[in-house]
Design a protein around this ligand. Structure first.
Ligand code: LAG
Ligand code: CA
Length: 476
């Protein structure tokens, strides 16, 4: 993406999960572009199974761009409008499998059934045969079943077959031709890296590619864990679990132990990692209840302020390419977006809510000051190394980015009052987490922080943080 401000790159992106194309377009102009987001990842744009659940989007019927989020014209308009606003579009590409079930009609009107998808076209020979189902033990000890059998009920494409590779490549090339700049490869772990590399080789061009690879034993035993990073970046799920355990104080972890995760949890090198606090799967997976306090596979909007503190950490700490997750509130695993009829729903700020029990309302996490203004922090400190990591007890940490940025996070229920060595040149800075437009030089009095002799005396409220950077200095 083009620079945000002169000499300041865009270094973070957002997943606007289930947003319609016209709503994403508006958001690029009003929020994502101005706040410095590099890109937006959108829900799978291809024709899919009909149904109200969110996961119908992960069941392709064809590669026609006609989905719950909108049609091809709306998709193209979105890409162009976002591009003009400085924001790239990344597509969630579902290429491992096709829609399950017997027969039916997809969202673009295409018929399908019994391993036949005439609108692509795919027929029985396009799929692994004989078909088999992935067993849970396969994740420990049978890598070939993980790549060649069906995810539950989802016909597994024979991605080693050159004709299938050509169909997938044609889909990705079509997206690039419309201006798309990157892909999330859904279920990448279920495609052999050699086959994914062959597909990528059929899709020339410079584009971002990140792969959904959740680690397990058979992956390590096959050596494939080292092959995916050669193709593109990889979703680092150890990071997701670190965020949950450290911020929610699970299994004896706390913020002071964060360095252990980076040192010992086998994470990919920073330039190979895509990171997030939660994604659309983890935020609803293994949730025993959908009520405040529920933990699920990761943090989610029911984690309250802690979700935002984790986002402050993610965007402030120099590891990986961060993706902010923004979706809607739900009260069951399967619940799809409400009030977004097929095609054309226009989501505006009035559809956002800060009440996580408001099922169906949009959480708009990416608009929160603690998230949106931290994108600016990351952009301004992109070239500044981590310095002065410090823990004050178990759940209070601070760190410095070169001489450009300072972050302190108070993950406790008490005020944290302390004088910090910020590493910053003396000036009055604006705490970007409590100000609307910190880069303008205008800053509410309560958000102003004086740095004198490199030091700042702060009183950080419970479950809150402070972030200062040289792009948000207060005008005298
Ligand atoms: C992914 N990455 O590898 C996606 O991130 C994840 O959201 C997808 O699962 C999965 N892989 C397949 O693309 C989701 C839901 C599943 C859903 C599936 C297909 O988590 O629950 O399965 O999408 O729609 C559903 C039913 C299953 C059924 C299956 C086939 O939940 O019970 O067997 O459809 O009919
Ligand atoms: Ca497969």
């Amino acid at each position: 993406a083009a620079d945000w401000k002169p000499g300041v790159p865009r270094t973070a992106y957002v997943n606007l999960f289930e947003w319609s194309w016209s709503s994403v377009a508006r958001e690029c102009v009003t929020e994502l572009g101005p706040k410095g987001y590099a890109a937006v990842q959108v829900s799978p744009p291809q024709e899919h199974l009909k149904g109200s659940e969110w996961w119908v989007r992960y069941q392709p019927v064809s590669y026609k761009l006609d989905s719950r989020s909108g049609n091809r014209r709306e998709f193209f308009a979105m890409v162009q409008i976002c591009k003009a606003a400085g924001v790239d579009v990344y597509v969630d590409a579902v290429i491992n499998h096709m829609a399950g079930g017997t027969t039916g009609v997809g969202t673009a009107g295409s018929t399908y059934g019994n391993y036949i998808y005439p609108a692509v076209p795919y027929d029985r020979s396009s799929f692994h045969t004989p078909s088999c189902s992935i067993a849970s033990s396969d994740y420990d000890n049978n890598r070939s079943n993980v790549t060649q059998c069906d995810l539950p009920g989802l016909p597994d494409l024979d991605t080693g077959n050159p004709a299938v590779q050509d169909r997938i490549a044609a889909y990705l090339k079509d997206l690039l031709s419309l201006g798309v700049k990157g892909f999330r490869i859904d279920a990448a772990k279920h495609i052999k890296p050699e086959e994914l590399a062959a597909i990528k080789a059929k899709v020339p061009g410079a584009y971002f590619l990140t792969q959904e690879v959740i680690k397990d034993g058979s992956l390590y035993n096959s050596g494939d864990i080292n092959k995916y990073p050669e193709i593109g970046t990889v979703n680092e799920f150890s990071y997701v679990y670190a965020m949950k355990n450290m911020f929610m104080n699970m299994y004896g972890f706390n913020l002071s132990r964060m360095p252990e995760a980076f040192a010992n949890w086998g994470m990919f090198p920073s330039n190979k990692a895509t990171v997030f606090v939660n994604n659309h799967d983890t935020e609803r997976k293994y949730c025993d209840k959908y009520a405040p306090g529920a933990q699920c596979d990761s943090m989610n909007t029911f984690s309250g302020d802690k979700l935002y503190l984790a986002n402050v950490f993610m965007l402030g700490y120099p590891y990986g390419y961060p993706q902010v997750m923004s979706g809607y509130y739900f009260n069951s695993h399967d619940m799809g977006p409400v009030g977004q009829p097929y095609k054309g729903f226009e989501l505006t700020p009035s559809n956002c809510s800060s009440d996580p029990t408001a099922a169906g309302k949009w959480d708009c996490v990416h608009r929160d000051k603690r998230v949106a203004n931290m994108v600016g922090f990351r952009n301004f400190t992109a070239a500044s190394p981590l310095r002065r990591w410090a823990a004050d007890g178990e759940n209070r940490i601070s760190f410095v980015r070169g001489n450009k940025g300072f972050v302190a996070i108070n993950n406790t229920t008490d005020v944290w009052a302390k004088t910090f060595a910020t590493g910053l040149p003396d000036a009055t800075y604006c705490n970007v987490l409590t100000s609307d437009q910190p880069e303008t030089g205008f800053c509410p009095a309560a958000a102003q922080v004086k740095v004198v002799g490199g030091q700042a005396t702060l009183s950080i409220p419970a479950n809150a943080a402070v972030a200062l950077h040289f792009g948000a200095v207060v005008q005298p």
